[in-house]
Design a protein around this ligand. Structure first.
Ligand code: AMP
Length: 403
């Protein structure tokens, strides 16, 4: 069965085509600048030359049509006809409290995703455009939706409630939802396989440190607590996001600097984090380079960034009454030995000991970077959200008799 995985944004769309028999990626690519005259489709497939096409793609329906044309292209494609796309899986950022797991797309499911637009105004409407675009191009093909929030729906109220008047939860569903759930679910299972121990026995802290960053306490295979909140702004310091701060700073900034609500929102999401403190960049690589060249602000930014991760690991070790393994994943977590070492430096009180040599080694496989006698395993596990979306889609389509 061939499963097409789609991550649809408001002006871009990423795709991967999986052959589920062997779980391999047949082709992948992205469409950028949807809605413009100079949209770009970049495409690569196993054993074929990479290609890049500039054309007018005014909407998502045309974008999907272009992707399907490319997948069946004589020179660059991997399919003979579009009938060889058996199912489509979509990444959806917000599933609210309604979706605790992945589901096939039905009229009711679409209605519910629309109801959740308020909670993810930048993301969910763009995902819906992707679903509609696939319906128009492939009306007979079953579609599934996989939610970033679903994995965290196991959190107990003690983790997900905010200490504000109950009316905000009851009337507006203000609570912690958490994000990166698909990634955390995937790497937790990989960690369990790697350690040869069932998830039901493990206490893990998963640090998904990429452009967005979060820590999750995974207790016996289930999300127990996570650092992102009602939105992906809470928790760790990120490239351009502030993460945790005293909420009183918001009203203070509005009063003192005469900022509008939109300006404060933009300040906290786009002009804070590593970028604001270092004054250099929101990219860890550039911050480290500036730090090595003597920038005190870059050094402070990097240390704050690592310290925030360390504090969350400590907090989650306390809330689970212990930790068996610490797992690093995503762009920074998988690639920055310096960040991992900086974070682990202050965790020796947990009996955690990093093996400096193993930490420096590179691999695209799950691996341990702790010493043989460390009481806590430290792992680096490459994440693969697309594969998990493909697997869930494949399972749902096979389980449903009429498809
Ligand atoms: P992701 O959101 O998981 O795709 O992660 C993307 C981010 O990973 C980029 O913005 C970079 O900041 C970061 N990254 C990638 N490679 C490295 C590296 N070698 N060292 C530090 N950060 C990296």
């Amino acid at each position: 069965m061939n499963v097409l995985v789609i991550n649809s944004g408001s002006s871009s769309l990423k795709y991967q085509l999986y052959d589920m028999k062997i779980e391999s990626v047949l082709a992948k690519g992205r469409v950028e600048r949807i809605g413009m005259e100079t949209s770009i489709l970049s495409h690569e497939a196993e054993g074929k030359p990479e290609t890049r096409e500039v054309s007018e793609i005014l909407d998502h329906t045309t974008a999907i049509k272009k992707v399907l044309d490319m997948l069946t292209h004589r020179e660059f494609g991997v399919l003979r006809t579009i009938e060889e796309v058996d199912a489509v899986g979509h990444r959806i950022v917000h599933g609210g409290e309604s979706f605790r797991e992945s589901v096939l797309v039905t009229e009711d499911v679409k209605l519910e995703i629309r109801r959740l637009f308020d909670l993810a105004p930048l993301h969910n409407p763009a995902h819906m455009m992707g679903i509609t675009a696939v319906e128009r191009n492939l009306p007979e093909v079953p579609q599934a939706v996989v939610f970033d929030t679903a994995f965290h729906q196991t959190m107990p109220p003690v983790s997900f409630m905010y200490a504000i008047p109950m009316v905000f939860y009851k009337k507006h569903k203000v609570r912690r939802y958490g994000f990166h759930g698909t990634s955390v679910d995937y790497v937790s299972r990989c960690a369990s396989d790697f350690l040869g121990r069932p998830l039901s026995e493990l206490k893990l802290v998963v640090c998904h440190i990429g452009n967005g960053a979060s820590c999750t306490a995974v207790l016996h295979g289930k999300s127990h607590d996570t650092s992102m909140g009602m939105t992906p702004l809470e928790g760790l310091m990120m490239g351009t996001r502030s993460g945790d701060l005293d909420p009183a700073i918001v009203t203070f900034a509005i009063n003192k600097e005469d900022l509008t609500l939109n300006e404060v929102n933009s300040m906290l999401n786009k002009h804070s984090g590593l970028l604001a403190v270092s004054g250099v960049s929101g990219d860890v690589r550039e911050v480290v380079e500036a730090m090595n060249n003597g920038s005190e602000n870059a050094k402070l930014a990097f240390e704050m960034y690592a310290n925030r991760i360390r504090k969350y690991i400590g907090a989650y070790a306390a809330s689970m009454n212990g930790i068996d393994a610490l797992v690093f994943t995503a762009g920074v977590g998988e690639n920055s030995a310096l960040l991992r070492s900086e974070v682990c430096k202050g965790l020796t009180f947990l009996g955690l000991a990093l093996d400096d040599k193993r930490n420096e080694e590179r691999s695209d496989q799950a691996r341990s970077i702790s010493t043989a006698d460390s009481r806590v395993d430290v792992l680096v596990v490459p994440t693969n959200e697309e594969l998990l979306i493909a697997r869930d889609t494949y399972r749902l389509v096979r389980e449903t008799p009429h498809t």
